[in-house]
Design a protein around this ligand. Sequence first.
Ligand code: ADP
Length: 477
Amino acid sequence: MNILFVSSEVYPLVKTGGLADVAGALPAALSQRHDLKVLLPAYEGVQHLLEELREGATLGNPFGYGEMRLLTGHLPGSDVEYWLLDCPNLFHRQGGPYLNADGHDHADNHRRFAALSWAGAVVAQYGHLLGWQPDIVHAHDWQTGLLPAYLKAWNQRHPPVVFTIHNMLFTGSFSHDQYLEVGLPESLFVMHGLEYYHNYSMLKSGIVYSQAITTVSPTYAREIQTPAFGCGLDSLMRDQRHKLSGILNGVDYSIWNPSHDEYLDQPFNARDLSGKDQNKHSLQQKLGLRSEPHAPLFGVVSRLSEQKGLDLVLQVMPEFLERGGQLVLLGSGDKGLEKAYYDLADRFPGQASVNFGYNEALAHQIEAAADFLLVPSRFEPCGLTQLYALKYGTLPIVRRTGGLADSVWEDIPGRPQTGLVFDHATTHDLREAIYRALALYDNKKLLRQIRQQAMRQDFSWESASAQYLSLYKHLIG
Ligand code: ADP
């Protein structure tokens, strides 16, 4: 099967969150048996990471954004071919994929991701002219949401499009004036089309015009059909539920595995956990935390945003630091939260370490060294950090929502305990869960048993990629 993936971020080329991990790992899992191409923008510097870089098709300048062309290349040791949409006017600049150096959205994001969507649609519709015709197209999040709208507008037979929602919160909404720049007909700017509260939403476009919608956990697939989680699109999701399913993300255990993680001082596994203690000691030393092997270490690796519930952690943590606990946080995002965490670290020197910015090595080291990983999200489509934590014997403390509910168990009949789970996004419930974690921490025999249960869980891509494959086959017919 020829499968075209279209994503605005792909690990290890460019990453801001879980989408990149998925867009890196799922094609790799599928490429053992299928022909995969992954289309993404040629952001500044990305092409230098690829080998055998070649110039592919020239796509012209249909919208006046600048000349567009495709470049193709490989990552060392991978069967997946990466297709880069090269358009220096749109993609060669300072900052990240979505935000400029000052932390604001790039002013032309509507054009940049219309271009990505359009290029994906061109390959879908006219691939045979480019020498490779996809049988199925898999597009991700709002940044690719116009892809099926272009196919709809061109009104010809085309391969089916699967659209995956990684986070309903990001609707990719822009004004009608901006719509006039993206080359789509007015006939789609209607309530049953991509119109969204007088603007247009690229996410809604993906939902309406794709042939199947998936989201990244079964629980989140149910939640987004309710007003509390639907971000104004819940009634649309209920209407479209015949084509909606939830497939829990997997983990790339070639990257996230304590028995061969290049970022760790000491490897370990479920049979021999002594290396975990060594990693805790190293991290405490590296970050200026007191070298106390018996202090319970709470870790956080997260975007700092309202979604992630880290304001709750701020409120409850002083109580546990006063009792001798330790906190290590790695995050980036909300400046107000950053400041509040700085203040917490000032108040508890040697006990709280806060680290801002993006740091892949430290993310691995925290997953390995911490005793517990805090993920008190208000909503969580899938969540990857808790899946990594399980593999490292770091017990996740999670709210029962989305993919967290589908992957961490405390009190589920027939499931082994693998973490601590609470119901409401309140300081009360989080506090209670942390007290349960501390009781467990004091019972070393039980702690070891539950860590081993956590480490034996298998969330590899095998199961998820089989589910995607059967969806692709069903759509192709
Ligand atoms: P989301 O996609 O909502 O941000 P996920 O849990 O699905 O949350 O994925 C987060 C991914 O980003 C994980 O791979 C995590 O390790 C990584 N990550 C988050 N913040 C940082 C950071 N500051 N530095 C390095 N990696 C980070």
